[in-house]
Design a protein around this ligand. Structure first.
Ligand SMILES: [Fe+2]
Ligand SMILES: [Fe+2]
Length: 302
């Protein structure tokens, strides 16, 4: 008679245990195809700051490591650097080359550990698309802001990358629990690991001195009204995140489907357009109109 052995359930961690392990978190891994493009570019005889920034802009892990480095090298700047292009300019090609050389590759980590495959390329598309749509949504509200909004959107789910880098066995267990479409991701993360991807990502970014707007976007992207001074940008991130999931672009790692109604009922709309009038309708129509262009842009990026 065959005896089925159920895999042992990992013990949920205390906040102290989470913080200790976060302190030894390995470098955030990047996607192979993006790292290859970046290395080729950096090896070329001539490369321009804007070209390097364009590649890094496609990678939430690399963006996090870049901003971490620039803000630790230039610690004490009155405003921390939150623009990718500015960070590349400050650090210079040689430092960026060093950063790219020690980049772990997410697909290799999975292969080495013999883990179930997670669709990382699709996840990267989710992050980039959220960054682009955050910009577009906010462009309707506050034209002319710098790259901060894109970065806030790009990094919003960085907690999931932190989870796979620092707590791989928990990430694996979580994926098994998410087979059920009705599973509530945030509740399951807390039940499994003791902390959700929002808080985990925010703890990581604040330990690495990233700008407040990035930290708040990561911490509050599911509940933007808690984001205080940054609530407007974080509201745009929430609206963009739900829109990208509703439009089924990429894969967010959350299997729960998002309907048009869920997207339209997002609390972020109230922060963006408090009087629920025509402006809100125009913004939604603009987002729907961007869909086709967004898919084409993503095709060329990842
Ligand atoms: Fe999320
Ligand atoms: Fe997301």
């Amino acid at each position: 008679m065959d005896i089925l052995v159920k895999p042992a359930v990992l013990p949920r961690l205390t906040s102290g245990q989470v913080e200790r392990r976060l302190g030894t978190c390995p470098r955030l891994p990047s996607l192979a195809c993006i790292n290859n493009v970046l290395r080729e570019l950096l090896d070329a005889e001539q490369c321009f700051t804007s070209q390097v920034a364009d590649v890094i802009r496609r990678d939430p892990s690399m963006t996090t490591r870049l901003l971490r480095l620039v803000n630790s090298v230039y610690y004490g700047l009155s405003t921390p650097v939150s623009s990718i292009e500015e960070a590349v300019f400050y650090l210079g090609v040689r430092q960026i080359r060093r950063l790219a050389m020690v980049t772990p590759i997410i697909e290799d980590l999975e292969k080495l550990a013999g883990r179930t495959k997670f669709p990382w390329r699709e996840f990267w598309r989710h992050c980039i698309a959220t960054g682009i749509m955050t910009r577009e949504t906010l462009g309707d509200v506050q034209p002319g802001s710098d790259e901060v909004d894109y970065v806030a959107g790009l990094l919003h789910d960085v907690g999931k990358i932190v989870m796979v880098a620092a707590f791989p066995e928990y990430f694996e267990q979580l994926q098994a629990g998410l087979q059920d479409e009705k599973a509530d991701l945030l509740a399951l993360e807390v039940e499994t690991l003791g902390i959700d991807h929002c808080e985990l990502g925010a703890l990581y970014l604040s330990a690495h001195k990233l700008p407040a707007v990035a930290i708040q976007s990561v911490r509050f992207h599911h509940h933007p009204s808690g984001a205080g001074a940054e609530a407007r940008i974080v509201a745009a991130v929430q609206v963009a995140d739900l829109f990208v999931r509703y439009a089924r672009i990429g894969h967010s790692g959350n299997p729960a489907p998002v309907s048009a109604e869920t997207w339209m009922a997002a609390e972020g709309w109230d922060q963006l357009f408090p009087d629920a009038g025509e402006e809100r309708l125009i913004a939604r129509a603009n987002m729907e109109r961007s869909l086709e262009r967004l898919s084409t842009i993503l095709e060329g990026l990842v």
